[in-house]
Design a protein around this ligand. Structure first.
Ligand SMILES: [Zn+2]
Length: 387
């Protein structure tokens, strides 16, 4: 004769470990390694979930958990709405060989009643789910990853060649907030490669034109134009509202300024530049790897950053911008290998990518052992005095 639910439940209760919301909160606060697994149905998860949880509906548990948690030694806390489904799921995980599994007593309902926070950022509309479906379907992204991308705020310095592809892909992929800085007007020569701008933008400010293009690409994205030349403290003031920056100005002074601002404010920065027919890209994670000054100590004020010798600096700029955009998506997803401690060099004419390892310079005046640059001064045209 089969067992009733009550019989199964009492049997399960005796076999699994439970943690209270307070115990789980303490574990998380102490930084103890714990994989939090939400096994509710998708529509329940979309309403709310606990920050940091991996989302795996119960129906897919046995099939997908080994991909999600390959190490069976890692501590896992499973939760559902009220703690019943998660108890059965915990038993299943134990049967599959997971050594340290617990179920959250009272589930997310009790977690909330205990006054602890939940996230409600998976409220995508049908149209948004359709738009991002091929991104969301990727295991590295999912709806949670798309929500992180949507929360992302990126400051893009420059609205020319380098910035064009980067800005359009960030907008199309759903990065929620884009700030664009550029003081120049759109000229006919810009239209050859600066695909952010169209003939209707001629004579208008490039940052404004770029922001209008972002709105045309994706209404979910909030675009703010800064039609100014970035200088000194102003850079810090603008940057404070963003998570990360792209340096696409093509101007040496601005590049050092943005590098310094990002290191001082500990914000990730993705730099690309064109020198002749060579493109260079590097990603700066302050405190974790070299900054731009560690690698390029001397400011080259004579560089020509916009004219390529090869076939098309416009295409090269587009390629470098794509690399910057790729770095941004990885940053928000917290996945993949960033271009940290590596300088990527690209030559489209010869179709060659090269990489160099680059290291932090202990003598760097910005991020070295005895920094001399600890604030940004000042005015137009004189930034080189700092270095
Ligand atoms: Zn440095």
């Amino acid at each position: 004769m089969g067992k009733s639910f009550q019989e199964m439940w009492s049997k399960i209760k005796g076999k699994i470990k439970e943690v209270s919301p307070e115990e789980l909160k303490k574990r998380i606060a102490e930084g103890k390694e714990t994989i939090l697994l939400d096994i509710r149905e998708k529509d329940e998860i979309r309403r709310e979930y606990i920050c940091g949880a991996e989302l795996l509906p119960r129906g897919f548990l046995e099939m997908r958990v080994e991909d999600l948690i390959p190490d069976r030694e890692k501590p896992v806390v499973v939760y559902c709405a009220a703690g019943v489904r998660s108890a059965f799921a915990a038993k299943t995980l134990m049967d599959m060989g997971y050594k340290d599994v617990a179920s959250l007593r009272g589930g997310i309902d009790k977690w909330k009643r205990s006054g602890f926070e939940v996230l409600r950022d998976l409220d995508f509309t049908r149209e948004q789910l359709d738009r991002y479906s091929r991104q969301i379907i990727l295991p590295e992204v999912g709806e949670q990853g798309q929500a992180k991308i949507r929360r992302g705020k990126v400051l893009i310095v420059g609205a020319g060649h380098l910035s064009s592809a980067a800005t359009m892909y960030l907008a199309a992929g759903g990065v929620g907030t884009l700030g664009i800085v550029d003081s120049h007007p759109v000229t006919p020569g810009d239209l050859r490669g600066q695909i952010l701008h169209t003939v209707t933008s001629l004579g208008k400010n490039r940052a404004e034109s770029a922001a209008r293009m972002v709105e045309r690409i994706n209404l979910d994205v909030s675009a703010k134009a800064y039609p100014i030349q970035l200088e000194g403290e102003k850079a810090l003031d603008i940057l404070k509202d963003y998570d990360a920056a792209l340096e696409c100005s093509g101007d040496s002074r601005t590049r050092y300024l943005v590098n310094d601002a990002c290191v001082l404010m500990e914000k990730p920065l993705f730099i690309a530049e064109m020198t002749g027919d060579w493109g260079k890209a590097m990603s700066i994670y302050p405190g974790e790897g070299p900054c731009y000054r560690c690698v390029f100590a001397e400011m080259d004020l004579d560089e020509n950053t916009t004219e390529g010798d090869g076939y098309s600096d416009a295409l090269d700029g587009g390629m470098m911008g794509l690399i910057q955009a790729a770095e941004i998506f990885k940053l928000f997803l917290g996945k993949g290998d960033p271009l940290k401690g590596r300088l990527l060099i690209w030559n489209g004419f010869r179709m060659r990518f090269e990489q160099k390892s680059v290291e932090r310079d202990r003598a760097c005046p910005l991020c070295g052992e005895h920094p001399t640059i600890n604030h940004l001064i000042r005015e137009e045209g004189s930034y080189e005095q700092l270095g």
